[in-house]
Design a protein around this ligand. Structure first.
Ligand code: CP
Ligand code: NVA
Length: 309
């Protein structure tokens, strides 16, 4: 498959996304059976961060290493993307050193600018708008759990944020049904919703937008939540903690959902805020296999981008 960048799930067809998932599953199997072939030998990737990370940083470094390539971390302070140096200059300099860039940024425009000016493959490791690598790990986890994505009911409880956008894109593309319950004023971006509605028409999935978490989880097979305060929103912490309180994923909410529903969270979680200890550590939780799937899903993305798999 010929891929130029990996900036948004919205950029790919259902067949292309399924191909990436199949490659991911194959690489996961190979790894568990003893190790991957060095299909990215001689390839290098700069991991550029404007924000903190555990999963994204480690899974890209390890994933590249397992495929025979080389990846290195560039910290927020070191590069000062758009501060110490213009984004388009960083892009053009890195293009002379490495084969690909993975970047985690505040402004989504900066991801687009890196792609435009570097001319080498760019992977979006989270922006304020979306988080497509997370979305791929999420649908990999759902596919492994249910054996299909078609017709699966996914309920997102909380903020209409970057993680919600990529999950909605992924569901709408793959034929899973997506429903969100968020407080008034914390809706998903209108442009993302409009695009997802068009994808859902093609795949036959349904999208629903509401404010009542209990109503939203009624038929859910997946209950998903994320932080109430994303990176960059720290000044709103106090207000958000008040506003989002009714959106906690706790025992009471789970009891309104089908018993077989699984619970997902992209992590890091804030135990006692958007999710209780009891739920995160309980039998319905899949948060750690989901986190581990970041590694496998991203190896699928890197293999398709850099080895033309
Ligand atoms: N889920 C996720 O992207 O985690 P990190 O912020 O730790 O990379
Ligand atoms: N919505 C969160 C996701 C972190 C992985 C944030 O942007 O901080």
């Amino acid at each position: 498959m010929k891929m130029k960048n990996f900036l948004s799930i919205a950029d790919f067809s259902e067949a292309e996304l399924m191909h990436i998932l199949e490659v991911s599953i194959q690489l996961k199997k190979e790894l568990k059976a003893g190790g991957n072939k060095p299909i990215l030998q001689g390839k290098s990737m700069a991991l550029l961060f404007q924000k903190a990370s555990l999963r994204t940083r480690v899974s890209f470094e390890m994933g590249m290493n397992q495929l025979g390539g080389y990846a290195f971390y560039l910290s927020p302070d070191e590069i000062g993307l758009g501060k110490r140096e213009a984004v388009k200059d960083v892009a053009q300099v890195l293009a002379g050193y490495v084969d690909a860039i993975m970047a985690r940024v505040f402004k989504h425009e900066h991801i687009l600018e890196l792609a435009e000016y570097s001319g080498i493959p760019v992977i979006n490791g989270l922006s304020d708008y979306n988080h497509p690598c997370q979305g791929m790990a999420d649908i990999l986890t759902i596919l492994e759990e249910f054996g299909t994505l078609e017709g699966i009911n996914v309920a997102f409880i909380g903020d209409g944020n970057n993680v919600a956008v990529s999950l909605m894109d992924a569901c709408a593309k793959m034929g899973a049904n997506f429903a969100i319950a968020n407080p008034a004023g914390y809706d998903m971006p209108e442009n993302a919703v409009a695009a997802a509605q068009a994808f859902a028409q093609i795949s036959g999935s349904t999208l629903s937008f509401g404010n009542d978490p209990f109503e939203t989880v009624k038929n859910a097979q997946v209950i998903y939540t994320d932080t109430w305060i994303s990176m960059g929103q720290e000044a709103e912490t106090e207000a958000r903690i008040q506003i989002f309180q009714p959106y906690q994923v706790n025992r009471e909410l789970l009891s309104a959902a089908p018993k077989e529903a699984i619970v997902m969270h992209c992590l890091p979680s804030h135990r006692g805020q958007e999710i209780t200890d009891e739920v995160q550590d309980g039998p319905q939780s899949r948060v750690f296999p989901q986190a581990h799937n970041r590694l496998h899903a991203q190896k699928g993305v890197m293999a398709c981008l850099l080895a033309d798999l």
